[in-house]
Design a protein around this ligand. Structure first.
Ligand SMILES: [Zn+2]
Length: 167
């Protein structure tokens, strides 16, 4: 954390960053009202849309058309918002990014990542297409099946870690 928070969000008085919690990391604590603004990675979800062929296990990847990491390959995913059901977020992001309806099969694992300077923890899930339909959107300019053994340049190391769990 860059200790960029200087004032209490509740009362506006000065905060002091101090080690708190079990891992010893610093959090801003108000010197007046005692409020602690705990710092955490944001929770998010990602979809590993897979298919099994006679030759290989494939994962559906899209080439990002936007920064960060424009031109590199990624899977659909997004932040879990207030009141969001995580499974519904996966389905929503698959539609928004790959124009694909998916069935969420099972969780794969949770991995730390940095997106645009923000730490997040993404919970990856194996998904399958409900039909064969997918298409590019304003988020991705190409979508292709790749064998899990021969991946293109990936935008995020968490995707590589999650795919490794499939092998
Ligand atoms: Zn305060």
């Amino acid at each position: 954390m860059d200790e960029s928070i200087h004032f209490c969000v509740k009362c506006g008085k000065d905060v002091v960053w101090q080690p708190l919690g079990d891992n010893g990391k610093s959090h801003p604590k108000c010197q007046s009202c005692g409020f602690i603004l705990w710092q955490h990675p944001y929770p998010s979800v990602d979809a590993l849309i897979v298919r099994q062929t006679s030759q290989s296990m494939d994962v559906l990847l899209g080439r990002r058309s936007r920064d960060p990491k424009a031109g590199m390959w990624d899977v659909p995913g997004g932040f879990i918002g207030i009141d969001d059901d995580p499974i519904q977020v996966i389905k929503r992001e698959c539609l928004a990014e790959f124009d694909a309806d998916v069935i969420v099969v099972k969780p794969v694992g949770a991995f730390l990542e940095v997106f645009d300077g923000q730490q997040l923890v993404s919970i990856f899930h194996v998904c399958e297409l409900m039909d064969d339909r997918f298409s590019t959107t304003d988020r991705v300019d190409q979508i292709r099946w790749y064998s899990v053994d021969r991946l293109p340049p990936l935008a995020f190391q968490s995707v590589a870690k999650a795919v490794k769990e499939l092998r």
